[in-house]
Design a binder for this molecule. Structure first.
Ligand code: ATP
Ligand code: MG
Length: 174
């Protein structure tokens, strides 16, 4: 199905903002904020909404889980000539350089001791990568240990120009 990724990504982040509001007065809950830098354009992309939701939820939940109290998470959405690119950045623990190439492997978790107390199976990113690859996209990470991480998702996208009118018969010119 074709989905407006701008609207969907906003909606998924709104749900996290609602959780932030609900937990605002609960001292046992970790505090964080989410900033958005989005293109204003509607971007229609062929995806499975449920599967895409699972991917964003995992990456945002990781950003929260592996960040200290009061961290800022930044979500971005932009388009290139044939892709949409989403990114989610955190100011958290980061990932050691030696582990970067394993982060999308099944059951891989950085530092077993640190991960154990966070809970989880180490499957989230492996599943995310499978889902995005099935949609014809890519997922990758940029991270500096002790500073933070940025996860990127790219999805194939055919820009729609307002000037194009595909309803009329057109003669190919190239
Ligand atoms: P699950 O998602 O299955 O509940 P998980 O979060 O441990 O468990 P993944 O989402 O696959 O598993 O992530 C794999 C590992 O990558 C994590 O255990 C963690 O060590 C590391 N990691 C993932 N995201 C981040 C992040 N934003 N910052 C630092 N480390 C991360
Ligand atoms: Mg996870």
């Amino acid at each position: 199905e074709y989905v407006n990724i701008n609207e969907l990504f906003n909606y998924l982040l709104d749900r996290f903002d609602m959780i932030i509001k609900k937990e605002a007065n609960d001292p046992t809950k970790k505090k964080y904020t989410i900033e958005r830098h989005f293109t204003k354009r509607d971007l229609w992309v062929e995806i499975d909404t449920d599967k895409f939701t699972q991917v964003i939820d995992n990456i945002v939940n990781n950003a929260i889980k592996y960040s200290p109290d009061g961290g800022v998470i930044t979500a971005r959405l932009l388009e290139t000539h044939n892709h949409v690119i989403l990114s989610i950045s955190d100011q958290g623990l980061g990932i050691p350089r030696k582990d970067l190439s394993h982060i999308f492997d099944r059951f891989f978790r950085v530092d077993k001791a640190r991960s154990r107390k966070q809970g989880g199976t180490g499957l989230g990113l492996a599943i995310s990568k499978e889902v995005i690859n099935l949609l014809g996209g890519q997922v990758w990470v940029d991270s500096i240990e002790g500073r933070g991480s940025t996860f990127y998702i790219s999805l194939p996208y055919v820009p729609y120009d307002e000037g194009d009118d595909w309803s009329d018969d057109q003669t190919a010119t190239d």
